[in-house]
Write a protein that binds this ligand. Structure first.
Ligand SMILES: Nc1ncnc2c1ncn2[C@@H]1O[C@H](COP(=O)(O)OP(=O)(O)OP(=O)(O)O)[C@@H](O)[C@H]1O
Ligand SMILES: [Mg+2]
Length: 266
Protein backbone atom coordinates (compact mmCIF):
# COMPACT_ATOMS: atom_id res chain seq x y z
CA UNK A 1 0.00 0.00 0.00
CA UNK A 2 2.90 2.31 0.82
CA UNK A 3 4.62 1.62 -2.48
CA UNK A 4 1.71 2.72 -4.65
CA UNK A 5 1.61 6.08 -2.88
CA UNK A 6 5.37 6.65 -2.97
CA UNK A 7 6.47 9.97 -4.32
CA UNK A 8 7.14 10.00 -8.02
CA UNK A 9 9.52 12.91 -7.61
CA UNK A 10 13.28 12.77 -7.81
CA UNK A 11 15.22 14.34 -4.92
CA UNK A 12 16.48 17.74 -6.01
CA UNK A 13 13.66 18.30 -8.52
CA UNK A 14 11.97 21.65 -8.01
CA UNK A 15 8.83 21.55 -5.84
CA UNK A 16 8.21 25.25 -5.24
CA UNK A 17 9.71 28.29 -6.91
CA UNK A 18 9.11 31.73 -5.43
CA UNK A 19 10.22 34.64 -7.60
CA UNK A 20 10.37 38.29 -6.57
CA UNK A 21 7.35 37.73 -4.37
CA UNK A 22 5.77 40.73 -2.76
CA UNK A 23 2.61 41.01 -0.68
CA UNK A 24 1.02 44.11 0.73
CA UNK A 25 -1.91 44.06 3.13
CA UNK A 26 -4.12 47.13 3.06
CA UNK A 27 -6.56 47.49 5.93
CA UNK A 28 -9.02 50.31 6.45
CA UNK A 29 -9.28 51.30 10.07
CA UNK A 30 -12.01 53.48 11.53
CA UNK A 31 -10.25 56.02 13.63
CA UNK A 32 -12.21 57.13 16.60
CA UNK A 33 -12.49 60.88 16.09
CA UNK A 34 -11.26 63.31 18.71
CA UNK A 35 -13.70 66.05 19.72
CA UNK A 36 -11.81 68.56 17.63
CA UNK A 37 -11.82 66.31 14.59
CA UNK A 38 -15.51 65.60 15.08
CA UNK A 39 -16.28 69.29 14.89
CA UNK A 40 -14.11 69.62 11.80
CA UNK A 41 -15.64 66.63 9.99
CA UNK A 42 -19.16 67.38 11.23
CA UNK A 43 -19.35 64.18 13.29
CA UNK A 44 -18.11 61.75 10.67
CA UNK A 45 -15.26 59.47 11.68
CA UNK A 46 -12.06 59.51 9.67
CA UNK A 47 -10.82 56.49 7.82
CA UNK A 48 -7.21 55.55 7.98
CA UNK A 49 -5.47 53.04 5.78
CA UNK A 50 -2.89 50.74 7.32
CA UNK A 51 -0.49 49.36 4.77
CA UNK A 52 1.79 46.48 5.72
CA UNK A 53 4.48 45.25 3.38
CA UNK A 54 4.35 41.66 4.63
CA UNK A 55 6.60 40.19 1.90
CA UNK A 56 9.21 42.09 -0.03
CA UNK A 57 10.98 40.63 -3.08
CA UNK A 58 11.32 37.08 -1.76
CA UNK A 59 13.28 34.61 -3.90
CA UNK A 60 13.13 30.98 -2.77
CA UNK A 61 13.35 27.53 -4.34
CA UNK A 62 12.29 24.39 -2.51
CA UNK A 63 13.52 21.07 -3.93
CA UNK A 64 11.92 17.65 -3.43
CA UNK A 65 13.51 15.48 -0.75
CA UNK A 66 14.14 18.41 1.55
CA UNK A 67 12.69 20.05 4.63
CA UNK A 68 12.96 23.82 4.55
CA UNK A 69 12.61 25.49 7.94
CA UNK A 70 11.32 29.05 8.18
CA UNK A 71 12.27 31.13 11.21
CA UNK A 72 11.68 34.74 12.10
CA UNK A 73 10.19 37.01 14.74
CA UNK A 74 6.44 37.50 15.19
CA UNK A 75 5.06 39.43 12.26
CA UNK A 76 8.06 38.63 10.03
CA UNK A 77 5.82 37.38 7.21
CA UNK A 78 6.20 33.60 7.63
CA UNK A 79 2.49 32.72 7.68
CA UNK A 80 1.83 35.14 4.85
CA UNK A 81 4.46 33.37 2.74
CA UNK A 82 2.86 29.99 3.56
CA UNK A 83 -0.58 31.30 2.59
CA UNK A 84 0.72 32.56 -0.75
CA UNK A 85 2.52 29.28 -1.50
CA UNK A 86 -0.67 27.37 -0.59
CA UNK A 87 -2.67 29.51 -2.99
CA UNK A 88 -4.85 31.00 -0.23
CA UNK A 89 -3.59 34.54 -0.92
CA UNK A 90 -2.69 35.96 -4.33
CA UNK A 91 0.69 37.74 -4.52
CA UNK A 92 0.83 41.51 -5.01
CA UNK A 93 4.04 41.20 -7.03
CA UNK A 94 6.09 38.37 -8.45
CA UNK A 95 5.07 34.76 -8.76
CA UNK A 96 4.91 31.41 -7.06
CA UNK A 97 5.14 28.16 -9.02
CA UNK A 98 4.16 24.92 -7.35
CA UNK A 99 4.99 21.59 -8.98
CA UNK A 100 2.88 19.10 -7.06
CA UNK A 101 -0.06 18.56 -4.71
CA UNK A 102 0.14 20.79 -1.65
CA UNK A 103 -1.33 20.02 1.76
CA UNK A 104 -1.27 22.85 4.22
CA UNK A 105 -1.55 22.59 7.96
CA UNK A 106 -1.98 26.06 9.32
CA UNK A 107 -2.25 27.00 12.95
CA UNK A 108 -4.84 25.20 14.94
CA UNK A 109 -8.07 23.87 13.70
CA UNK A 110 -8.40 25.98 10.57
CA UNK A 111 -10.81 24.19 8.30
CA UNK A 112 -12.40 22.10 11.02
CA UNK A 113 -16.01 22.67 11.94
CA UNK A 114 -16.35 22.70 15.75
CA UNK A 115 -19.88 21.34 15.87
CA UNK A 116 -19.01 18.23 13.87
CA UNK A 117 -17.19 15.22 15.25
CA UNK A 118 -13.60 14.40 14.37
CA UNK A 119 -14.85 11.64 12.09
CA UNK A 120 -17.31 13.93 10.28
CA UNK A 121 -14.62 16.57 9.81
CA UNK A 122 -12.24 14.02 8.33
CA UNK A 123 -14.95 12.84 5.95
CA UNK A 124 -15.89 16.37 4.90
CA UNK A 125 -12.25 17.43 4.57
CA UNK A 126 -11.57 14.40 2.39
CA UNK A 127 -14.49 15.22 0.10
CA UNK A 128 -13.33 18.83 -0.11
CA UNK A 129 -9.85 17.59 -1.05
CA UNK A 130 -11.38 15.65 -3.93
CA UNK A 131 -11.25 12.15 -2.41
CA UNK A 132 -14.00 9.64 -3.05
CA UNK A 133 -16.01 8.18 -0.14
CA UNK A 134 -14.24 4.88 -0.69
CA UNK A 135 -10.82 6.51 -0.48
CA UNK A 136 -11.86 8.36 2.66
CA UNK A 137 -13.07 5.17 4.28
CA UNK A 138 -9.81 3.41 3.46
CA UNK A 139 -7.79 6.26 4.97
CA UNK A 140 -9.96 6.85 7.99
CA UNK A 141 -8.47 4.11 10.18
CA UNK A 142 -4.95 5.29 9.38
CA UNK A 143 -5.87 8.86 10.35
CA UNK A 144 -7.65 7.80 13.55
CA UNK A 145 -4.73 5.53 14.53
CA UNK A 146 -2.18 8.24 13.95
CA UNK A 147 -4.15 10.88 15.88
CA UNK A 148 -4.67 8.48 18.84
CA UNK A 149 -7.85 10.22 19.96
CA UNK A 150 -9.70 7.07 21.04
CA UNK A 151 -13.45 7.58 21.46
CA UNK A 152 -13.03 11.34 21.14
CA UNK A 153 -12.95 10.92 17.36
CA UNK A 154 -16.77 10.60 17.59
CA UNK A 155 -17.20 13.69 19.82
CA UNK A 156 -17.80 17.24 18.49
CA UNK A 157 -14.51 19.02 17.90
CA UNK A 158 -15.53 21.93 20.13
CA UNK A 159 -14.85 19.54 23.01
CA UNK A 160 -11.24 18.97 21.86
CA UNK A 161 -8.18 20.42 23.54
CA UNK A 162 -5.85 22.40 21.28
CA UNK A 163 -3.41 19.48 21.24
CA UNK A 164 -6.21 17.15 20.11
CA UNK A 165 -7.04 19.57 17.28
CA UNK A 166 -3.38 19.56 16.26
CA UNK A 167 -3.19 15.76 16.33
CA UNK A 168 -6.14 15.35 14.01
CA UNK A 169 -4.97 18.13 11.69
CA UNK A 170 -1.51 16.62 11.36
CA UNK A 171 -2.89 13.10 10.90
CA UNK A 172 -5.10 14.29 8.04
CA UNK A 173 -2.38 16.37 6.41
CA UNK A 174 0.14 13.51 6.28
CA UNK A 175 -2.28 10.73 5.42
CA UNK A 176 -3.38 12.34 2.18
CA UNK A 177 0.30 11.91 1.18
CA UNK A 178 0.85 15.31 -0.38
CA UNK A 179 3.82 16.02 -2.62
CA UNK A 180 4.41 19.22 -0.70
CA UNK A 181 3.50 19.58 2.98
CA UNK A 182 3.40 22.97 4.66
CA UNK A 183 3.21 23.01 8.46
CA UNK A 184 2.84 26.44 10.06
CA UNK A 185 3.25 26.26 13.84
CA UNK A 186 0.61 23.56 13.98
CA UNK A 187 2.65 21.16 16.09
CA UNK A 188 3.32 23.57 18.92
CA UNK A 189 0.54 22.35 21.17
CA UNK A 190 1.21 18.64 20.77
CA UNK A 191 2.65 16.80 23.78
CA UNK A 192 6.16 15.31 23.75
CA UNK A 193 4.90 11.92 22.53
CA UNK A 194 2.99 13.42 19.62
CA UNK A 195 5.77 15.83 18.70
CA UNK A 196 8.23 12.97 18.42
CA UNK A 197 5.80 11.00 16.35
CA UNK A 198 5.12 13.95 14.03
CA UNK A 199 8.82 14.64 13.60
CA UNK A 200 9.46 11.02 12.69
CA UNK A 201 6.68 11.30 10.14
CA UNK A 202 8.26 14.44 8.72
CA UNK A 203 11.60 12.64 8.37
CA UNK A 204 9.83 9.74 6.68
CA UNK A 205 8.21 12.10 4.15
CA UNK A 206 11.58 13.72 3.54
CA UNK A 207 13.22 10.40 2.77
CA UNK A 208 10.33 9.60 0.46
CA UNK A 209 11.31 12.63 -1.67
CA UNK A 210 8.39 14.79 -0.60
CA UNK A 211 9.03 18.48 -0.02
CA UNK A 212 8.28 20.01 3.36
CA UNK A 213 8.17 23.54 4.64
CA UNK A 214 8.12 23.84 8.41
CA UNK A 215 7.47 27.16 10.15
CA UNK A 216 8.36 27.07 13.81
CA UNK A 217 9.66 29.03 16.76
CA UNK A 218 11.02 25.72 18.09
CA UNK A 219 14.60 26.23 17.00
CA UNK A 220 15.84 22.85 18.31
CA UNK A 221 13.33 21.09 16.06
CA UNK A 222 14.28 23.28 13.13
CA UNK A 223 17.95 22.32 13.60
CA UNK A 224 17.00 18.66 13.97
CA UNK A 225 14.73 18.03 10.98
CA UNK A 226 15.53 20.67 8.37
CA UNK A 227 18.10 20.44 5.58
CA UNK A 228 17.94 24.15 5.05
CA UNK A 229 16.61 27.14 6.91
CA UNK A 230 15.40 30.53 5.74
CA UNK A 231 15.20 33.48 8.10
CA UNK A 232 12.62 36.18 7.39
CA UNK A 233 12.43 39.57 9.01
CA UNK A 234 10.03 42.40 8.19
CA UNK A 235 9.02 40.68 4.97
CA UNK A 236 12.58 40.21 3.71
CA UNK A 237 14.65 37.08 3.32
CA UNK A 238 17.64 37.82 5.55
CA UNK A 239 19.58 34.59 5.26
CA UNK A 240 19.19 31.11 3.88
CA UNK A 241 21.42 28.09 4.17
CA UNK A 242 22.68 25.35 6.45
CA UNK A 243 20.36 25.06 9.51
CA UNK A 244 22.91 25.62 12.27
CA UNK A 245 24.46 28.64 10.57
CA UNK A 246 21.10 30.34 9.95
CA UNK A 247 19.61 29.50 13.36
CA UNK A 248 22.79 30.68 15.10
CA UNK A 249 22.57 34.00 13.28
CA UNK A 250 18.87 34.31 14.10
CA UNK A 251 19.46 33.52 17.77
CA UNK A 252 22.18 36.10 17.90
CA UNK A 253 19.72 38.58 16.43
CA UNK A 254 17.12 37.67 19.05
CA UNK A 255 19.80 37.93 21.71
CA UNK A 256 18.47 34.90 23.48
CA UNK A 257 20.73 32.28 24.93
CA UNK A 258 20.57 28.75 23.62
CA UNK A 259 18.85 27.52 26.76
CA UNK A 260 15.91 29.88 26.29
CA UNK A 261 15.44 28.67 22.74
CA UNK A 262 15.55 25.00 23.72
CA UNK A 263 12.85 25.47 26.37
CA UNK A 264 10.50 26.65 23.70
CA UNK A 265 10.90 23.80 21.27
CA UNK A 266 7.77 23.19 19.18
N1 LIG B 1 -4.99 39.45 7.21
C1 LIG B 1 -4.13 40.45 7.44
N2 LIG B 1 -4.48 41.73 7.22
C2 LIG B 1 -3.62 42.73 7.45
N3 LIG B 1 -2.36 42.58 7.90
C3 LIG B 1 -1.96 41.31 8.14
C4 LIG B 1 -2.82 40.19 7.93
N4 LIG B 1 -2.14 39.06 8.26
C5 LIG B 1 -0.92 39.46 8.65
N5 LIG B 1 -0.80 40.81 8.58
C6 LIG B 1 0.41 41.59 8.88
O1 LIG B 1 1.48 41.10 8.07
C7 LIG B 1 2.68 41.00 8.80
C8 LIG B 1 3.19 39.57 8.73
O2 LIG B 1 2.29 38.72 9.42
P1 LIG B 1 2.47 37.12 9.45
O3 LIG B 1 1.25 36.56 10.06
O4 LIG B 1 2.83 36.65 8.08
O5 LIG B 1 3.73 36.96 10.44
P2 LIG B 1 4.41 35.66 11.04
O6 LIG B 1 5.85 35.71 10.64
O7 LIG B 1 3.65 34.45 10.66
O8 LIG B 1 4.33 35.92 12.61
P3 LIG B 1 4.10 34.87 13.84
O9 LIG B 1 5.45 34.36 14.23
O10 LIG B 1 3.54 35.75 14.90
O11 LIG B 1 3.16 33.80 13.41
C9 LIG B 1 2.36 41.50 10.21
O12 LIG B 1 2.76 42.85 10.28
C10 LIG B 1 0.86 41.39 10.31
O13 LIG B 1 0.32 42.42 11.12
MG1 LIG C 1 2.56 33.02 11.73
Amino acid sequence: MQSESNSTHIPGELAVSVQHLGLTYTTTIDRRPTLKARVRTLGRGTKHTRVVRALDDIMMDVPYGSVLGIVGANGAGKSTLMRVISGILPPSQGRVEVYGKVSTLLALGVGFSPTLSGRQNVELGGLAAGMTRKEIASHFEEIADFAELGDAIEAPMRTYSSGMFARLGFAVAVTVRPDILIVDEALSTGDAHFKEKSLNKIKELRSDARALILVSHGLGTIRDVCNEVAWLDKGKLIKRGEPNAVVDAYEKFLKVGKSAAIDEDI
